[in-house]
Structure formats: C-alpha cells, structure tokens
Design a protein around this ligand. Structure first.
Ligand SMILES: [Zn+2]
Ligand SMILES: [Zn+2]
Length: 287
C-alpha cells in the first residue's frame, strides 16, 4: 500500500472525536421551586439535554424540559428520552411539552429493563385522576425501549448503558460513551459502600458526572433511605473520580442560591482535583 493511502485508511479507522454539548435545563430535586432566591441555580426539576453529533438526547423529563422550546426542534434528527425512574419530578414536564403533540416529531423513550415499561408509567401520569387524557393523546411518533445492554444511538450518537442503583423503587444511572467522550448521569441514587464502588467503576474516565447531592449532613441523618446523598459524600466521590467535571444535582427545594453558593465555595476549596460545582439551570457545557 502506498504511504498516503495507508495514512487515509488509518485516519478513517480512528474514531472521530464527538462534538458534545450539554445543557442543564433543570437541576432542582423533588418539586419545582420559584422566586428570586432560586435565580442562580433555578427551580425547574431534573432535565439535561445533550447534543451529541446529530443525536439529540434528553435525560429525564422534569419541568426543565419546557425550556427546550418547540422552535428549536430539529425534527429530522434522532431524538431520545432516557428516564432514570418515574417519580413525578422526573416526568412532569412531559404532558405540556409541545413536540409530543407534533405528528412530525419522532422520539425513542428509554427506561431500564428492571423498571416498569416506560409507556405504562407515562400513561399513568397522563390518565385520570392525575391528568385527563392518557398516553394516546400524544401525536408524536414514539417508540419505547427498555435497556438491558449497550444501546448504540443513531446520528453518530454515543453508546448508552445503564446501571441499577439504590432509590425507592430503583433507579437507572446512565452512561454515554463514544467519539472519545463520556457522560454519566446519576441522579436519585443513594450511595452506600457497595453502590459507591459500582458507580466508581461505571463512571471511570467520564468527562462529566452529574451526581445526586441533595442533603446537608443534618438533613441526611433525618432522611437516610429516601434515596439521595449528602452533598459531602457526593463531593468525596467526585473528587476521588477526578479529573473531569462533577456537577452536583437534584438540589433540595429549600436550598436557596445563597446557601448553595457558600457550600460550593467551601467544597471547592477542599476538593482541588476535580472541577466540582452545583449544576445551574441554563448552563451549557461544551465537551
Ligand atoms: Zn427526583
Ligand atoms: Zn426519585
């Protein structure tokens, strides 16, 4: 083979680096909040949006989903929604999200195989007495999928994988890898020694980890077993996993900006190896 041709073949074989942009649309836990005291970190519940080459990936459908406006939708691209679990703060944006009523919009909704099928959970949310219509009211072209192993996404998207973690009713943590990039979404997961070890393995070499960090120490003592982490424990894990960006997620509804800013300053001083901060609704990170 001539030298030039060999070089072209070798370059083709190398994985092309993925273009990834991550948008925090909602980072509040449990219930949406509102008011001046939530201006910096936001009041909308869990929703993260990933542009990964041509794949469009939404992580959870909390009220933050409504920030993803209809006029920005690129209908020809492959769209995916990954649901961590079906607690209402992770689903409540869906009934009022306009693309769900657009016949031209195609979406694959994914849950994990150890959970109830996502179609049933969404139907329960949409039906009386919670909502008056049922899942059949959606006009979009929706496919449902329950992940058991690796799931390669279309449009040059990553391979999606999930891990079961501790939360009332169970929760799926997701890992997206491809084109030299890795993103891990781990909300509503209460760490214990076993799951911390598993998550460390799962999140190894991630460029960014979004991790549940809801409680102050005194709150954790009171709410142990509710399925969320003390902020200090989440920081410790992120620091051990570093380098990479660690985003503390699922902020308690009563934690106002001033408190989160002062905690962030304090933890960042003590965790120099990783870029650890509280997720801010509206922030965009290019990987
Ligand atoms: Zn939650
Ligand atoms: Zn939950």
């Amino acid at each position: 083979m001539i030298a030039g041709k060999r070089r072209v073949v070798e370059e083709d074989m190398k994985e092309k680096e993925a273009e990834v942009r991550l948008h925090i649309l909602g980072a509040r836990g449990s219930v949406p909040t509102d008011g001046e005291e939530y201006r910096i970190f936001g009041g909308a519940t869990s929703c993260v949006y990933l542009e990964w080459n041509d794949a469009r990936i939404i992580l959870d459908a909390g009220s933050g989903l409504l920030r993803l406006k209809d006029q920005n939708m690129e209908r020809a691209l492959p769209w995916y929604l990954f649901l961590s679990h079906y607690h209402s703060d992770h689903l409540l944006g869906l009934p009022m999200w306009k693309p769900m009523y657009d016949r031209r919009f195609k979406l694959t909704v994914c849950g994990a195989d150890f959970q109830m099928p996502p179609k049933n959970a969404i139907d329960a949310l949409m039906r009386e007495p919670l909502w008056p219509v049922g899942e059949e009211a959606f006009l979009a072209n929706i496919a449902f999928r329950q992940l058991s192993g690796a799931f390669p996404l279309a449009g040059g998207g990553p391979v999606a994988e999930c891990m079961r973690a501790k939360h009332p009713g169970g929760v799926a943590l997701y890992r997206f890898s491809g084109g030299g990039k890795r993103v891990v979404y781990a909300t509503d997961c209460e760490l214990d020694d076993k799951s911390e070890k598993e998550l460390k393995e799962f999140a190894k070499n991630a460029d960014i980890i979004i991790l549940d960090a809801q409680y102050l120490p005194q709150e954790y003592t009171k709410f142990r077993g509710f399925g969320h982490n003390a902020i200090a424990r989440a920081c410790r894990l992120l620091n051990e996993l570093g380098p990479g960006i660690g985003l503390l997620f699922h902020h308690a509804p009563e934690h106002e900006d001033e408190l989160l800013l002062s905690l962030e300053r304090e933890y960042r001083q003590n965790n120099e190896n990783a870029d650890i901060r509280f997720a801010r609704a509206g922030e965009v990170i290019t990987l």
